[in-house]
Design a protein around this ligand. Structure first.
Ligand SMILES: Cc1cc2nc3c(=O)[nH]c(=O)nc-3n(C[C@H](O)[C@H](O)[C@H](O)COP(=O)(O)OP(=O)(O)OC[C@H]3O[C@@H](n4cnc5c(N)ncnc54)[C@H](O)[C@@H]3O)c2cc1C
Length: 385
């Protein structure tokens, strides 16, 4: 058994660490993306640098011009870039345009119409699954798609859809067979956001700076040629994509955040003197450092194991639940301790800690609340007993 990363990933990690320390962290004083995109003048030169490192379109297969990296490599990269707050928390385009894996299920004709323009940055797509009465339980979505000749007619409301305001198309999950629902009755449609009957209803500003959208479909007509995958296959396609994000975005990212918060906690505690001695000499502070380092190491190992097994073709559903629960809750505790050690300065916007505090709270809810994952995990474990 070898707990070290393979040599090439170790090198990748070190290269990324240097890049983040040298190129990204210094920008933190200049830019903090409270829900905004990074300005082109900052993003472009950084994109050129990562391209030169061969790190472009990381999850896109090489046949489409991407790096075709496995999940473990992407987790290593995600951890390192998460040590800075300079990149937008959701939808950072540092490594290329956001290509949702469901798009790889396009047929040849759809690849020309959807996948290629997305890869070239000419088209943006948002993912619309959540509804006012169906978030944690996407199998109970109500948006209906009813066939009418060569079209489907969509009616329903989607809530909390990130990036919908700037999207050209929405990848919409809708019920095509109310009897079957998640078992063959939910279909994925590419819906033109400019179609009649597609209404950007309102935005929901959040404590993380994001403002996802509510979209109403009022008799929107969608060509049958815009069904991604087979009719009734949408639910399982979406779950595959969400699992990938659960391991990388909700597993490796909190590990990177906690890593930097711990580094900051240690540096500050060695320099800050109270009652005549540095904070680092106080046992109460030492315990916070020791607990954070211990929990961080455990979470990182779990992320690596899960991603490695995923790359090897194993079913990692249960492990991915453990990853998200462990990493997001660990990062919340570590960031909270880091704020405590920094005292008043930790609460200010001069430091990244308060920003992380808000972000890590959000990922304990979005794309699968940790309570729901625990519940599902226990059900699966009990079933297998
Ligand atoms: C900023 C932001 C961006 C988002 N972006 C998108 C997007 O792009 N596309 C998209 O489709 N969705 C998106 N969402 C939706 C997000 O995934 C949902 O909010 C999330 O899945 C939770 O659903 P809900 O809000 O309906 O909470 P609910 O399902 O109502 O759950 C409320 C709480 O109840 C608890 N709970 C629920 N069920 C159980 C259970 N069985 N056992 C124990 N506890 C339970 C959980 O703690 C949960 O937090 C986004 C949300 C936000 C806030």
């Amino acid at each position: 058994m070898d707990f070290n990363l393979p040599e090439e990933l170790q090198l990748l990690k070190e290269t990324l660490r240097r890049f983040v320390d040298k190129e990204l962290i210094p920008l933190e004083r200049e830019f903090r993306p409270e829900g905004e995109e990074m300005p082109e003048r900052l993003l472009k030169p950084l994109q050129e640098k990562v391209k030169a490192m061969g790190l472009w379109m990381l999850d896109v297969p090489q046949e489409y011009g991407g790096a075709g990296l496995g999940l473990l490599a992407r987790c290593v990269i995600q951890e390192e870039v998460s040590r800075t707050v300079v990149l937008p928390f959701r939808g950072s385009e540092l490594f290329g345009h956001d290509v949702r894996p469901v798009l790889f299920h396009c047929n040849a004709e759809q690849k020309e119409r959807f996948l290629k323009p997305v890869l070239q940055g000419e088209m943006r797509v948002c993912f619309a699954q959540t509804e006012p009465d169906a978030g944690s339980d996407p199998a109970s979505i109500q948006t209906r798609a009813v066939r009418d000749g060569e079209h489907f007619v969509l009616n329903g409301t989607k809530r909390f859809i990130s990036g919908a305001g700037r999207a050209d198309y929405a990848q919409v999950m809708a019920v095509t067979d109310p009897e079957k629902r998640a078992r063959g009755g939910i279909t994925c449609f590419m819906v033109d956001m400019k179609s009649p009957g597609v209404i950007l209803d309102r935005q929901w500003p959040t404590m993380m700076g994001d403002a996802p959208w509510q979209i109403v479909f009022d008799g929107a007509r969608v060509p049958a040629a815009n069904v991604i995958g087979k009719i009734g296959e949408g639910f399982s396609l979406a779950q595959q994509w969400i699992q990938d994000g659960r391991i990388k975005g909700h597993g490796a990212r909190p590990v990177g955040i906690a890593q930097r918060a711990l580094e900051m906690m240690m540096d500050y505690s060695r320099h800050r003197v109270t009652f005549g001695r540095p904070l680092a000499e106080r046992q109460a502070v030492q315990f916070m450092i020791a607990d954070s380092a211990t929990e961080l190491r455990a979470a990182r190992l779990l992320v690596h194991e899960c991603a490695w097994r995923h790359d090897g073709g194993e079913d990692v559903r249960n492990l991915s639940y453990m990853v998200k629960i462990t990493s997001t809750e660990m990062a919340s505790r570590v960031v909270d301790r880091a704020i405590k050690v920094h005292g008043g300065i930790g609460l200010t916007k001069d430091l990244p800690l308060e920003w992380w505090y808000r972000q890590v709270r959000s990922i304990r809810i979005t794309e699968g609340a940790t309570e729901v994952l625990r519940w599902r995990l226990a059900q699966n474990l009990l079933k297998g007993r």
